[in-house]
Design a binder for this molecule. Sequence first.
Ligand code: NAP
Length: 483
Amino acid sequence: MACDIVVLGGTGDLALRKLLPALYYLHRDGYLHAGTRILAAARAKHAAESYRRLVQRHVSQHVALGDFDSETWDAFAERIDYLSLDVSQRVEFPRLAQALGKVRGRVRVFYLATFPNLFAATAKHLASVGLVDEQARIVLEKPLGESLKTATQINDQIGAVFDESRVFRIDHYLGKEAVQNLLALRFGNALLEPLWRNAHIDHVQISVLETVGVENRGGYYDQAGAMRDMVQNHLLQLLCLVAMEAPVHFEPEAVRNEKLKILEALRPITGMDVQDRTVRGQYAAGERAGEQLPAYYFEKSVDHDSNTETFVALKAEIDNWRWAGVPFYLRTGKCLAQRKSEIVIQFKAVPHRLFSQNGGDPARNRLVIRLQPDESISLALMAKSPGRGMALQEVELDLNFAKAFKRRRWDAYERLLLDVIEGDATLFMRRDEIEAAWRWVDPIIQGWQDCYRSPKRYAAGSWGPDAADSLLERQGHCWFDEN
Ligand code: NAP
């Protein structure tokens, strides 16, 4: 189906590093209809040709080695046009309408790669020039709002213009192959289902750790912090996929209903519990592999007295039959020792110890779903160590996707952009999910503000504040990190 993909914020980091390379691949692999056009817009002035050169530079850098070739590029470039436009100015929108032309029934995707404070005005202005019909879709980037109140306002304002079925709130984690493989693993195999509950699972860890600091996003990040930037969206969405019941169909409403039930079953963390069950940290100066790393408050555009957290660890609990009593530990942070995003499902120990083991701990199995830097799933099993006796040792059953599937692995944005073009919202967040997530997160942020405590310092390049280890040690657990 021919469509117009309008990237508002077309000169930004997200557009140039992720969206246009993803569209290049979709074009190259034949997923874009011959009549599909890409119109990028931002305030910066560019002639179409100079914008194409900018895109070419970025696409050639961001696609895999050998995947960029001039013949494909030339054909792709013909689809691209550019319009200088300030989305906050209603008077500029007739030019956008003119550039798109009056083609009724054509799918139009408006991708808002700008900032949430511009979303509502953009939607209103699009409608004011007749660009919002039943074939128009809007894609909203995270974070949507900074609290339940602001998220509700944005949702109301967008909802006044776009029907909910045409609003695509993106969380690119849900576009990752390993995340979808988690669904395949859970609901495409009968093996795990009987074990996937509190009778057999001891606890769950969800970690999204970054080695980079705030880079050039200091201004935004200092207002947001790790809780709003990562926990409210990515980590809670991953938690939902681990914990939700099997949907009746793999289609948008069925999947999103199940995720919502989990968000609503999260036990609130309020009052004194905020201090007991959460840890917030901020990186101080440190080093990694001999490189000196600055403290957060020396980063560009960050307030020198900033109390913003760059690290969060917390213990979440889900009050339902399947998960009662199983801690879900969530952890995210910047400037840490290692970059990794992973979900660890720690099963309970064997009820009776029959064999001796290296290390002496009772045997436990562990399923690790790794999303970054590589995508893989591994299951730690106990096996007999070769030789005399019955000493056990942990071995891994490893599903490495790169080895198992020779085909190129899609980037999350390719998959999600194609879903938007095809109108499939299964992997996008519905309004009530976003609001339920904020409803749970808001009291934690409030609790931090009420206690006036600064975030705990941790050295840049370390694994975060010691308090994050103590949070688990109190329950006899520890983070599964390889030093
Ligand atoms: P960015 O690099 O600062 O880009 C922002 C873009 O918006 C630029 O093209 C900017 O161009 C344009 N813009 C700003 N004000 C505008 C206006 N009034 N009218 C028209 N265009 C305007 O930011 P980004 O990193 O790409 O992030 C964009 C959004 O995606 C943010 O909401 C961010 O939270 C979200 N996001 C980004 C990433 C990522 O990897 N970068 C990942 C997840 C989510 P002009 O200044 O020329 O107008």
